[in-house]
Design a protein around this ligand. Sequence first.
Ligand code: SF4
Length: 261
Amino acid sequence: MNENNTGVVFDVQRAALHDGPGVRTVVFLKGCFLRCQWCHNPESWSPEPEVAVQPDSSGQYRTFGSEMSVQDVMRIVLRDRIYYKVSGGGLTLSGGEPTLQFDFCRALLGAARQQNLHTCLDTCGHNSQETFAALLPLVDLFLFDYKLTDSQAHLLWTGAGNELVLSNLDFLYRSGARILLRCPLLPGINDSQEHFEAIAILNQKYPRLHGIEILPYHDTGHYKFGLLGMDPPRFNTSVPSEEEQRKYRQILASLGVQIGN
Ligand code: SF4
């Protein structure tokens, strides 16, 4: 744990319903190892707080991220304790990649554990096995991303191959972790038969998975690339229509994969 028991947080969302069971508070930690071209939180990439000037004529500044202590975060999280109790919810750590701020991540999960809160860790899986081994006892449910089957494509679209991700998935599963596999789906990038079949193979290989969700691509965060002075994403995809999403579910169902969302 760092000396001040603090970390950099860029958002805290209360009453969240889609990042783990029940009503949750999602705490977004800054910093990520990957550079997914479809990322809707590019403000999470740098582990440092950032400031941008609004592009309108107001000249106002917008801050992304600020330093918070574990106590600061838990004060907010505990406001909704009654909702967690009724709904089976709790704390979700997201990002960015929350394990990049390992000490802070571990301290927050430990603080939630002390308060008997259910804990979820939303992760891209790209960190050392030792990191996941250390966090495992503090996590009730891993929200584990599975983005691309072909490692070269993973490298092209996220900045790293997928070998580490797959070995961590295997490690966590074999260590008894509860895992919800979350699969972003992007037309023309990974909505291929090969990728759907790979998801089905993982489903068979890991029968104790808590479930599989699909996360259809959306572009709501892309304006932030410009705001932060970053190059716009260099890829060509589209937000999948309802019809396309139905088709994804049908293909996966035909391969024996029941989608949990
Ligand atoms: S792992 Fe998540 S936060 Fe990191 S770049 Fe990819 S989509 Fe963005």
